[in-house]
Design a protein around this ligand. Structure first.
Ligand SMILES: Cc1cc2nc3c(=O)[nH]c(=O)nc-3n(C[C@H](O)[C@H](O)[C@H](O)COP(=O)(O)OP(=O)(O)OC[C@H]3O[C@@H](n4cnc5c(N)ncnc54)[C@H](O)[C@@H]3O)c2cc1C
Length: 496
């Protein structure tokens, strides 16, 4: 195989696939290598491409990294499964396909924190550029959703036909999904790289072990391990190395390459190339809680991975500068991947509790790239976060018990009348898989990348993925990650 390229993109997920595609398109005379640990997803792998099957994908270990959190002291010491996919398309091969740009205030907050160029007005063209290629479906309503809209209206929550156009509003709205008109899942790999451009080489089943950084603090290439036969080789990059290995993979690879907190690197005798204490810190996620209801009549069939509606609202702690902080998705018991013991014709509100204040870490377990990192989301560490969860749960219960839903909700199944709500949350709250922030962009001492996504203290190395998000926005993370990739690609091209 060719061992010298102009650009090397590490990780073919939501971000990396777009970066590779954009570089190949804009620089037809340059060679680009895209490296991915997982496989190519076959066209007949229906559990992935059929949107109704999504919750089953993560239960099939073959596309999973198999990460788990350390026991979470504020969640009754439960170990939380940290979902991360491997394969061309990254987490978009097993995500719920929800497409939410995120409220505008969150991006304005990025810019106000010193990240010039990242206000909502400035990032909007990159969302639109993503949407020129990635097909987004606006979900259709059904009689249960119509009743939910009526219930929300009675609770003072208005209807919004398009939350991506009118963002940051308390509303109930049709959900938008990355699903094509032929009802297939869209990933950024399948959408942006349907054919491999002549100047792109894609390596699958290949583990990135570390980035080679020379004495002049310049990224020169990478060390790769072929997972099929164990062969290790070096590949060089004459222009840039782009790290798009995600919120867990990117800090792990930086640390393995000598970029991180000197004290942590010293534990594993890794020589320090750039002392950046923020690598692996600032881990953020949303939590979800559950309110369940029994319907006295059969529920409408569901054509998507979640029900076709979403409710945005505010907790009592909500910070008006950051936007709405509750986003409730819904599902019915008959949807694929739901636990088998749920009562027939039951349905569930899942408020995603967003903009939480707790921060966690990703740390090296050893200097061996094959070892899983130590992941501690540190859920509910900030004492105020439990209130946001209580508010989200109470709102879901109010909506479910509203008179407008009486034909659809004869009984509240969970939490039960006897449950202490805080204890119920600590026993049942779970990850929303919206991991972000471990290589945060910024201008403070904990920043890992600058606002043009360059790793501080290293030349020719950028991070472009969800890990650069300094503070999560109100919404899910995939759309923002693809926007980051589109803008990040342009930042690279501006330097050519
Ligand atoms: C189960 C689940 C459901 C979700 N649902 C939604 C949703 O509905 N809507 C939404 O907006 N967001 C959702 N998310 C989150 C969203 O999918 C992610 O935020 C987004 O895909 C992250 O993109 P990324 O490019 O940063 O990382 P990824 O997509 O994870 O890409 C990183 C890639 O790098 C590869 N990689 C990492 N390390 C190495 C290595 N050492 N060697 C080789 N390759 C490596 C990985 O295999 C992966 O393919 C969900 C996530 C999960 C897990």
């Amino acid at each position: 195989m060719q061992t010298a390229f102009d650009y090397i993109v590490l990780g073919a997920g939501s971000a990396g696939s777009i970066v590779a595609a954009e570089l190949c398109k804009a620089l037809p005379d340059s060679s680009v290598l895209l490296v991915e640990a997982g496989p190519k997803i076959a066209a007949d792998e229906n559990v992935i491409w059929d949107p109704t099957q999504w919750a089953l994908v993560a239960q099939q270990g073959k596309w999973e990294w198999g990460y788990e959190s350390v026991p979470q002291k504020n969640l009754n010491n439960r170990v939380i499964k940290i979902g991360r996919a491997k394969g061309l398309g990254g987490c978009a091969i097993h995500n719920a396909m929800v497409y939410v740009r995120g409220g505008y205030r969150g991006f304005d907050h990025w810019a106000a924190s010193g990240n010039l160029g990242w206000s909502y007005k400035e990032v909007l063209p990159y969302f639109e550029k993503v949407e020129d290629t990635l097909l987004v479906t606006i979900a259709k309503s059904d009689p249960l959703i119509d009743a939910l809209v009526a219930a929300c209206r009675q609770q003072g929550i208005p209807y919004n036909a398009n939350y991506n156009q009118n963002s940051d509003q308390v509303c109930i709205a049709p959900f938008q999904f990355a699903i094509s008109p032929t009802h297939r899942r869209e990933t950024s790999y399948s959408s942006f790289l349907p054919q491999t451009p002549p100047n792109l080489t894609v390596l699958t089943h290949c583990l990135i072990e570390r980035i080679i950084i020379d004495n002049s603090q310049t990224a020169r290439g990478v060390v790769l391990r072929d997972l099929a036969n164990g062969t290790v080789r070096e590949v060089s990059a004459s222009q840039e190395v782009v790290l798009s290995a995600g919120t867990i993979g990117s800090p792990q690879l930086l640390m393995l390459s000598g970029v991180g907190d000197p004290d942590e690197l010293a534990q594993f005798q890794i020589p320090v190339v750039s002392a950046l204490p923020g690598v692996g810190k600032n881990f953020q996620d949303d939590l979800f809680v559950t309110a369940g209801f029994q319907s006295p009549q059969p529920l409408p069939p569901q054509p998507y991975g979640l029900m076709g509606t979403v409710i945005f609202a505010n907790s009592t702690n909500h910070n008006p500068l950051l936007g709405t902080d509750l986003e409730s998705s819904l599902a019915t018991s008959s949807m694929a991947g739901m636990p088998g013991n749920l009562p027939k014709d039951s349905w569930y509100l899942y408020p995603n509790i967003q903009l939480l204040k707790s921060r966690g870490t990703v740390k090296l377990r050893s200097e061996n790239p094959m070892d899983k990192p130590i992941i501690d989301p540190n859920f509910l560490d900030d004492p105020s976060d439990i209130q946001n969860c209580l508010d989200g749960l109470k709102l879901a219960m109010q909506i479910g018990n509203d008179t407008a839903l009486s034909d659809w909700a004869s009984e509240q199944l969970m939490p039960t009348q006897d449950d202490d709500l805080e204890a119920y949350i600590r026993q049942t709250a779970d990850t929303c898989y919206h991991y972000a922030g471990t290589c945060k962009m910024g201008i403070d001492v904990d920043a890992v990348v600058t606002p043009d996504l360059k790793v501080r203290g290293v030349h020719n190395l950028r991070v472009i993925d969800a890990s650069i998000i300094p503070t999560t926005v109100s919404g899910n993370t995939a759309a923002a990650t693809m926007m980051i990739a589109m803008k990040g690609s342009e930042l690279i091209l501006q330097d050519t």
